[in-house]
Design a protein around this ligand. Structure first.
Ligand code: ADP
Length: 681
């Protein structure tokens, strides 16, 4: 067997050396920054204080005692300041004025419908954004309420919070999210100078879930990590979320009451309470829309009958809350169907408010979920004017309305989470019935791949792991993690087994039919499989069956468990992602960062992020197959297995190559920032 970490000539391997050198340089830089202050402090404490005050922020923070970010945010008496500051922010106000002078977005729907699509530039795309409506009609529907009571600033709302704490009926995914977010305190990264030179933009993120408050899948990860990364790109970010009762108490209790009002919602003028609860963390302001009637369920998503009214309310309340707080962002960035009515409301019922200057982006995280229900129900609950219920906007088929489709029509830009998926969804196979609509709007459609948050997903600092590691000691430590994982899950403990992980929602999107079809052929005396997921009972049951059939070598964890997920990423040798379609996929990114080799189908973001292994040049990050076919999946797994057992030297190099790959949010955040600048220049 080949020695780890050394080449055949006995020299250190290149990636390890590079990483080790990087770490040394960073440590040296940090300690140097501290030394002179210590010296001055010893001689003259006052002078030291003056120096500390004049130092750049990043340096000063290194001098301060470290505190956990959540606690820091909560204990900070000035929790509400960022909002006020944001509202007063001169740069925001200025850009809004500029934006006001710009011709407003849209053209009549009919005119747009006649046009061919495909404008290249953002401006062209904006001009194409269809969907405008008689202003008079919109003006009639003046939104948003008068404050019911004067804003009792800083007054925490005790009652609902207590009620939330008492509620114990929390669904599985939510419980898992409630666990302590892992991770050590994020280091305050020094912001590069070019970022400060990039003009500041204010962005309101609107979506239905966000780690660590509530997460059921990748959307939750993105809603947490992207705003944080955008703050580093000189953006002022406010995240607007529903205040679900299932949000863990530790966060609920730190929320600050920002105000409340009544808002008209339904077609018959029925109005609802909107409360705003605020929480500031890591430079991002989180505003939770509070309404017991809509958000008191244990799980964020229940069934469409309840979810349609809930997210009609949420979309309108999010805009009403911005209006109420007088926080007028340059960009309103909405996510998935749950927030898709935001652009529709903005260009109809909010057209006469200050918010109308904002540009909208709608990001599709998964086109399968669109918020479709019959027209009368959506018309009633949304209270939207009749003219948006046409086939170019909300109407789909003969009798249904589609909330996502409406959002795609009315937003200035559509993005999705990988370039390949942006192309795929314009075809009937992947288009989920919206391919023609997306082809029509292709001029304003972009693909930007997701990243992962290195503060959460970092094998070197991950508190959930049995043994932490980096690129220099991954080969040894991964074995340790593998052994512990086997022990914890009741698997046969054997370093030499090839352990394949699968962490996924158990739905047919994830290619589980293929896995079920070939699992018996994958199982041999050298292989173990660890599954973690919840979802459709068909898959849950089949994986339970396989656990019984291959006792000691298959472990099916039918649950949502963050800690277990982290340990599987660290302890497995390979991770399976054979999806039927995959907009971006985070599991393969996390796996690579943990030195676990992905075996994926070449679709969507999997294709964009996993370069197939090339045996001639010894390059690539994983094993791939193209057609959705069980035989091809089996072939890819067998190639990986053969490589692992017969060419461990190259396998180990791939492990280190994967860990060295830049999968952070920084790159993607820059692309989003460029898009914001394009839209608001
Ligand atoms: P999707 O959003 O389609 O569910 P992604 O790959 O984009 O898939 O994101 C899945 C995220 O959810 C990853 O962070 C993954 O680790 C996590 N995850 C999925 N299932 C589970 C589970 N059962 N327990 C813990 N984490 C899970």
């Amino acid at each position: 067997m080949v020695k780890k970490n050394t080449t055949k000539t006995g020299k250190k391997k290149t990636p390890s050396t590079v990483a080790a050198t990087k770490r040394k340089v960073q440590t040296a830089a940090k300690s140097k920054a501290k030394e002179p202050i210590e010296e001055v402090k010893a001689q003259d404490p006052k002078a030291a204080e003056v120096i500390v005050e004049t130092l750049p922020k990043a340096t000063v923070q290194e001098e301060l005692p470290e505190t956990a970010p959540v606690e820091a945010a909560a204990e900070e008496p000035s929790v509400t300041e960022p909002v006020e500051a944001a509202a007063e922010e001169p740069s925001v106000a200025e850009s809004v004025e500029v934006a006001v002078e710009e011709p407003s977005v849209a053209e009549p729907v009919e005119a747009a419908a006649e046009e061919a699509p495909a404008a290249e530039s953002v401006e062209a795309a904006m001009e194409e954004a269809p969907a405008e409506e008689p202003v008079e009609a919109a003006a009639e529907e003046t939104p948003v309420a008068e404050p019911v009571e004067a804003v009792a600033e800083e007054t925490p709302v005790a009652e609902p919070v207590e009620a939330a704490a008492e509620e114990s009926s929390v669904a599985e995914p939510v419980e898992a999210a409630a666990e302590e977010p892992s991770v050590t305190e994020p280091e305050e990264a020094a912001v590069p100078e070019e970022v400060y030179m990039s003009p500041r933009r204010s962005v309101a993120f609107i979506g239905s879930e966000c780690y660590p408050f509530v997460k059921t899948g990748g959307l939750g990860d993105v809603m947490y990590a992207l705003p944080k990364a955008l703050v580093k790109q000189n953006c002022d970010v406010k995240v607007i979320l529903p205040r679900y009762k299932c949000i863990p108490w530790e966060y609920q209790q730190k929320m600050i009451y920002r105000g409340s009002f009544e808002m008209d919602l339904c077609a018959d003028g029925r109005s609802f309470y909107v409360g705003i609860m605020e929480y500031v963390w890591d430079g991002v302001v989180y505003d939770f829309i509070d309404n017991e009637e809509f958000f008191s369920n244990g799980n964020p998503y229940t069934n469409l009958i309840d979810d349609i009214p809930k997210y009609c309310y949420f979309a309108k309340a999010a805009l009403a809350a911005l209006n109420y707080m007088d926080w007028i962002p340059n960009i309103i960035h909405c996510h998935d169907w749950q927030a898709a009515l935001v652009p529709v409301y903005l260009r109809t019922q909010f057209v006469n408010t200050k918010l109308t200057t904002a540009k909208t982006i709608l990001t599709i995280h998964n086109l399968r979920f669109q918020g479709i229900y019959n027209i009368p129900t959506i018309r009633y609950w949304s209270g939207l004017p009749d003219y948006v219920f046409n086939k170019d906007a909300l109407v789909t088929g003969w009798i249904d309305a589609n909330m996502l489709k409406g959002g795609l029509t009315y937003s200035n830009i559509i993005t999705t989470v990988s370039q390949t998926y942006a192309g795929e969804i314009q075809s009937p196979y992947y288009g989920e019935g919206l391919d023609a609509h997306l082809r029509y709007h292709s001029g304003k459609l972009r693909g930007i791949v997701n990243g992962i948050d290195y503060d959460i997903w970092n094998p070197y600092t991950d508190a959930r792991l049995h043994a932490n590691y980096d690129i220099t000691n991954v080969l040894d430590k991964k074995k340790e993690n593998k052994r512990k994982l086997q022990e914890e899950l009741g698997l046969v403990q054997d370093d030499h087994k090839f352990v394949i992980g699968l962490i996924s929602r158990l739905t047919n999107q994830k290619g589980l039919d293929l896995v079920n079809a070939i699992l018996p052929q994958v199982m041999d005396e050298h292989t173990q499989i660890v599954v973690l997921g919840t979802g459709d009972w068909v898959y849950e049951d089949s994986f339970r069956y396989y656990e019984g059939a291959y006792k000691g070598n298959v472990c099916s964890n039918i649950m949502y468990d963050e800690t277990r997920a982290h340990r599987i990423y660290a302890g497995a040798d390979a991770l399976l992602v054979p999806s039927q379609f995959e907009p971006c996929g985070l599991t393969q990114l996390i796996a690579m960062h943990y030195g676990t080799i992905p075996i994926v189908r070449e679709t969507g973001g999997l294709k964009d992020t996993v370069e197939p292994y090339n045996m001639y040049f010894n390059t690539g990050n994983g094993f791939t197959f193209d057609y959705y076919d069980a035989g091809l999946l089996l072939d890819a797994i067998n190639r990986a297995k053969t490589f692992y057992f017969e060419n461990r030297w190259c396998w180990d190099e791939m492990v280190q190559r994967d860990m060295d790959k830049d999968l952070s949010w920084e790159n993607s955040a820059k692309q989003y920032k460029d898009l914001y600048l394009d839209l608001t220049w």
